[in-house]
Design a protein around this ligand. Structure first.
Ligand code: GH3
Ligand code: MG
Ligand code: MG
Ligand code: MG
Ligand code: MG
Length: 300
């Protein structure tokens, strides 16, 4: 366990560190807000012991800032010289979890550390369960792309964000060409394998962390591209089409090419869609046109 001790008084930092070290934990010290934030940025801090009276920024303000900046929860115990109830309450309201009065008693300090470690462990276990649950409920087991349920949620969220931030949201609907004849001739197992490979090829062309690839159903996929212009989406669609050509997954029974191709439909939020459902519909319509125009192409 790495424990960050934030206190402007050197003697206290040293005394508290000695207690922590004696218990087999690793102390890391900071004399104020700037140093503390730098340490936290580097990560791997499991608990914070926080002084309240400090010149640069007091412990309450620093705690509020940490709670705002840090994505994950780290337990914070205040070290306070005051035993006033209102003072303690203020610390909890600022986002602290517990407090200790100075001078620090080694037995009390280590007992409180153990209590916090237990809570942190429970939270970590719960987070793990939640991640597994999210994977189970939102990922397609075959391709590991986001499933339909995940897509619905992501699309709704992306639409809200693009409204709030007034950005452009693009969407590409992909439908593999002549996939029925692929299955009929190569068998369903190889069809499944092909869907996996197809997913990987498309995923490789989605470079931004916010981009999402979902399996809409069967051999149909949706790429959700937040913060992307129409021209940007058209470029990605062209890249996907050439990546499929490069990958050259053999399809001897396709009328379009000797390899697996797809038809792509592109829509963009600034082309008049009134909601996310309409954005999806526009892209789906464009796929239909791409099929009509000969497949292995994209249509906006
Ligand atoms: P088009 O170019 O017009 O899109 O023709 P297509 O044959 O791709 O379209 P169609 O909708 O007629 O057929 C889709 C096929 O996709 C039907 C089914 O055999 C196959 N398919 C759908 N889901 C799966 C799956 O999970 N695994 C496998 N192996 N095949 C699937
Ligand atoms: Mg102080
Ligand atoms: Mg289809
Ligand atoms: Mg079809
Ligand atoms: Mg198809």
């Amino acid at each position: 366990m790495r424990i960050l001790v934030v206190d402007d008084t050197k003697l206290i930092r040293e005394m508290v560190s000695a207690i922590i070290r004696h218990q087999g934990y690793t102390p890391v010290t900071a004399s104020g807000a700037t140093e503390a934030l730098a340490v936290l940025q580097d990560g791997n801090i499991d608990l914070i012991l926080m002084d309240i009276e400090m010149p640069e920024m007091n412990g309450f303000e620093l705690t509020r800032l940490i709670r705002k900046l840090l994505k994950h929860w780290v337990p914070i115990i205040f070290l306070t010289g005051s035993t006033e109830d209102s003072h303690l309450a203020e610390g909890i309201d600022a986002g602290g979890d517990d407090y200790l009065t100075k001078p620090v008693n080694a037995t009390v300090l280590t007992a409180k550390i153990r209590a916090m470690a237990r809570i942190a462990q429970m939270k970590a276990d719960l987070d793990e369960v939640n991640i597994k649950l999210l994977q189970l409920t939102q990922l397609d087991p075959l391709t590991e792309a986001v499933n339909r349920r995940g897509l619905d949620e992501s699309l709704e969220r992306a639409w809200r964000i693009r409204q709030r931030e007034n950005t452009k949201l693009a969407l590409i609907f992909l439908d593999i060409d002549h996939f029925k004849t692929y299955n009929d001739n190569y068998g369903h197992q190889q069809g499944d394998q092909c869907l996996k490979l197809f997913t990987g090829i498309v995923q490789n062309q989605l470079l931004r962390p916010a981009d999402i690839l979902a399996r809409y159903g069967g051999e149909e996929f949706v790429a959700l591209l937040p913060n992307t212009s129409l021209a940007g989406a058209e470029k990605i669609a062209a890249d996907i089409i050439s990546a499929l050509q490069q990958a050259n997954l053999p399809h001897d029974f396709s009328d379009t090419a000797e390899y697996i191709t797809a038809s792509l439909g592109i829509s963009s939020s600034h082309l008049g869609a009134k909601d996310s459902n309409e954005l999806l519909k526009q892209a789906d319509k464009a796929v239909y046109l791409a099929k009509q125009q000969g497949r292995n192409r994209s249509v906006t």
